[in-house]
Design a protein around this ligand. Structure first.
Ligand code: ZN
Ligand code: ZN
Length: 241
């Protein structure tokens, strides 16, 4: 019982050596959701579930490090041994404009925006527009009495608090360490920790690391701002809420 989050990749913006970009499996309440499908995540997903077990896909935004493996998933579901139809894909409008084809009726596109809600089995989803270039949607997922929040990509102009109270675990982007401001629309580890503290989240898991940053340093900086221990999203690890 409860929710679990399995990390399929945690490289930010481009895959580091031997790594995958953003992707997670959220399981609970009898449902399996593939949350973001960056390059390399489909390969890792199959260590944990079969492709047929994926009940729905959630894509946060149109940057390719968050959705590109949905192309391969479409091919597998469309032409595989057991063709499927109507797989729900929740995404802002911009993602659908980037895919190589419409992909329906294999996929049932659910175009979502700020404040939208949805459900997959017993999991309840609620989306929030973040501080990031193209329309980007953070998501809160509730189920089995637990609450999970995912920041997607965001700058400091958005807060985890927008996902509401009582998050048992927040998975938050932490693209950079120190005060180095890289590409706009991202957080440093210290900003991620400070925001998680303000938002009152119980547990903080950092992800979307620029491939060359020192993740341990990020965790130390985030922990100092959070006021408690902080975890580093590790590929193929499962986190129980
Ligand atoms: Zn990204
Ligand atoms: Zn992005």
């Amino acid at each position: 019982m409860g929710l679990s989050v399995t990390v399929l990749g945690s490289s930010g913006s481009y895959p580091g050596r031997g790594e995958a970009c953003s992707g997670y499996l959220v399981r609970g309440a009898g449902a399996t959701v593939w949350l973001d499908a960056g390059s390399g995540t489909m390969a890792n997903l199959q260590h944990h579930v079969s492709l047929d077990d994926v009940d729905a896909v959630v894509l946060s935004h149109e940057h390719p490090d968050h959705w590109h493996d949905v192309e391969g998933f479409y091919v597998a579901m469309r032409y595989g041994e057991r063709a499927r139809r109507g797989i729900p894909v929740f995404a802002p409008a911009g993602v659908r404009g980037k895919t190589s084809k419409r992909m329906d009726p294999t996929f049932d596109w659910r175009i979502v925006r700020d404040g939208a809600t949805g459900s997959v089995g017993g999991l309840r989803l609620r989306f929030s527009r973040t501080d990031h270039g193209p329309e980007t949607l953070a998501v809160r997922i509730d189920g089995d009495g637990r609450s999970f929040g995912y920041s997607a990509d965001t700058g400091p102009g958005w807060s985890l608090a927008a996902l509401g109270d009582g998050l048992d675990l927040a998975l938050c982007e932490s693209s950079y360490c120190g005060d180095k401001a890289g590409a706009p629309g991202h957080l440093t580890a210290r900003e991620a920790g400070a925001d998680a503290r303000r938002a009152g989240v119980r547990r903080l898991l950092l992800t979307h690391f620029w491939p060359t940053v020192d993740r341990e340093q990020c965790a130390r900086e985030a922990a100092a701002a959070f006021g408690g221990p902080v975890e580093i999203a590790t590929t193929n690890e499962e986190y129980h809420l």
